[in-house]
Design a protein around this ligand. Structure first.
Ligand code: FES
Length: 172
């Protein structure tokens, strides 16, 4: 007959055990490697804009909107609720202001200051801002309220990242 190589029972068991062990090890190690490098490969998900309604809902009178943003920083993911004060002027231009006071970070509201119904007001130290977020000179804030990036698409208003408001201070 031909040259037939026999495999002993011991050799067969060694191969079987090595194969099974390798299979199990690969099953355990692959998810660990994926967990370790996955966030690095995916890049940042930040910068996504969030829909806050139809542009038709907004007018020259500031309207407060709340929206949720999902943040992913490496392995850390979180969801937070943000607020914006949104206006649309007679040219249809939309401005979405951050409510975070530029003095020490309290929250501003529209029209709540005594005697200033047409301004944003910060109750912490009587900070005041115009309807465009300009800080009123002579009050504690020294910068105008930040604004959100805005985009109108498919009949919806989207808000994005917060950016500095370039408007200078104005007299009250
Ligand atoms: S924190 Fe707003 S005026 Fe001081």
């Amino acid at each position: 007959m031909g040259d037939k190589r026999e495999i002993s029972r011991r050799t067969f068991l060694n191969y079987a055990l090595m194969g099974t062990g390798g299979f199990l090890a690969a099953g355990m190690i692959t998810p660990m490697i994926r967990f370790a490098v996955d966030p690095l490969l995916q890049g940042h998900a930040g910068g996504d804009k969030v829909a806050v309604g139809s542009p038709d809902e907004f007018s020259a009178v500031p309207k407060r909107v709340e929206f949720k943003v999902h943040t992913k920083d490496g392995w850390y993911e979180s969801e937070s609720t943000l607020t914006a004060w949104v206006t649309k002027n007679d040219k249809g231009e939309i401005l979405a202001l951050s409510p975070i006071c530029k003095h020490l970070g309290c929250t501003v509201s529209w029209g709540t200051g005594a005697g200033q119904p047409n301004e944003y007001f910060c109750p912490c130290h009587m900070g005041r801002y115009s309807i465009n977020g300009e800080h009123i000179l002579g009050t504690p804030p020294t910068a105008s309220l930040d604004e959100y990036e805005t985009e109108v698409k498919d009949g919806k208003l989207y808000l994005g990242k917060v950016k500095a408001n370039p408007r200078p201070g104005v007299n009250g």
